[in-house]
Design a protein around this ligand. Sequence first.
Ligand SMILES: NC(=O)C1=CN([C@@H]2O[C@H](COP(=O)(O)OP(=O)(O)OC[C@H]3O[C@@H](n4cnc5c(N)ncnc54)[C@H](O)[C@@H]3O)[C@@H](O)[C@H]2O)C=CC1
Ligand SMILES: CC(C)CC(=O)C(=O)O
Length: 348
Amino acid sequence: MIFDKLAQYDYEQLVFCQDEETGLKAIIAIHDTTLGPSLGGLRIWPYQSDEEAIIDVLRLSRGMTYKSAISDLNLGGGKAVIIGDPKEIKSEELFRTFGRFIEGLNGRYITGEDVGSTVEDMETIRKETKYATGVSPELGGCGNPSPFTAHGVYKGIKSAALKAFGTDDLTGKTIAVQGVGNVAYNLCRKLHEDGANLVVSDINKDNVQKAVTEFGATEVDVDAIYDVDCDIFAPCAMGASINDDTIARLKAKVVAGAANNQLKDARHGELLQEKGIVYAPDYVVNAGGIIAIEDALHGFEHERAMEKIDAIYDKVQQIFEYAEKENVATNIAADRLAEERIRKAKEA
Ligand SMILES: NC(=O)C1=CN([C@@H]2O[C@H](COP(=O)(O)OP(=O)(O)OC[C@H]3O[C@@H](n4cnc5c(N)ncnc54)[C@H](O)[C@@H]3O)[C@@H](O)[C@H]2O)C=CC1
Ligand SMILES: CC(C)CC(=O)C(=O)O
């Protein structure tokens, strides 16, 4: 059954890591290393079952293959999950044990931050392996990738706004932001500075309060975010938030945000298109973090990284043009362009 899952999207490797003493239960998924070593963050999450964790890490690792391919990075797709509540499970020894598992893969998988993991955690893992990124500038890293991701998402939102509204000026636009964690906090600051009206939801009330106080955001209940009368919907929490139920409720003309795997299934990109909603594919607009991390692999230069992240704006336009020309939904257009790059690399 596991092999059927791996064969479905041609995953290379799935690694289960267990350590009784520290309580470590981790899974590393390596989807594709055609373009280079697999790189993707570590998610720490209290999955309800092993099955749920496997599905998440597989979906996330495949997304990383496409993200690096479309972003012109020489990296493959991988991701890791640790099963557990990040507020309870963390310890130096747990991360060091995990680091030794990564070291055992000899560079086939490089880790970084995702939901539940921090710069400090990466630095602990780094004590056991050099294949841990997103570490502080003193250690040669780019630091927390979230502000870089936020910058790319901001550029992606503007690019999608140009397509939907004929202008990328966000002044007076109402933007509903689902989840105001590390990435969305930085994103909200930029949107607020541009004069957008923010409506936010989060299961974490402290995060909501910060956005309300600092950016004048309006709070809505977690489920009510889909019904907000807004111009732009920015999913910045967990995956699969764009599905049959929510698409029917959305009033926005644009969907663009930080979350990985926003579409429950590929067909939901087509449903958005049918509804006249401009969708900026998730892995295109949220690539700022991995672009900064990749830059740091060659000696981090902030300005150079920001320039590469700025290019997300044009990349999104390029995808819209391809989608129009080929008469396909924007998520399909992005997939095809990413797959084309991988195919060419295989043939070379
Ligand atoms: N941190 C990064 O650089 C990157 C993050 N991403 C993706 O962006 C998303 C956000 O990442 P981060 O900001 O780093 O994580 P985070 O954990 O700091 O933020 C996520 C926020 O979403 C909230 N949340 C969870 N479930 C929710 C729900 N049902 N409704 C509303 N809020 C909910 C959490 O309470 C938290 O505040 C994730 O999908 C992540 O995989 C993608 C690329 C890079
Ligand atoms: C290390 C991260 C910024 C890369 C990643 O996992 C992602 O983009 O989702």
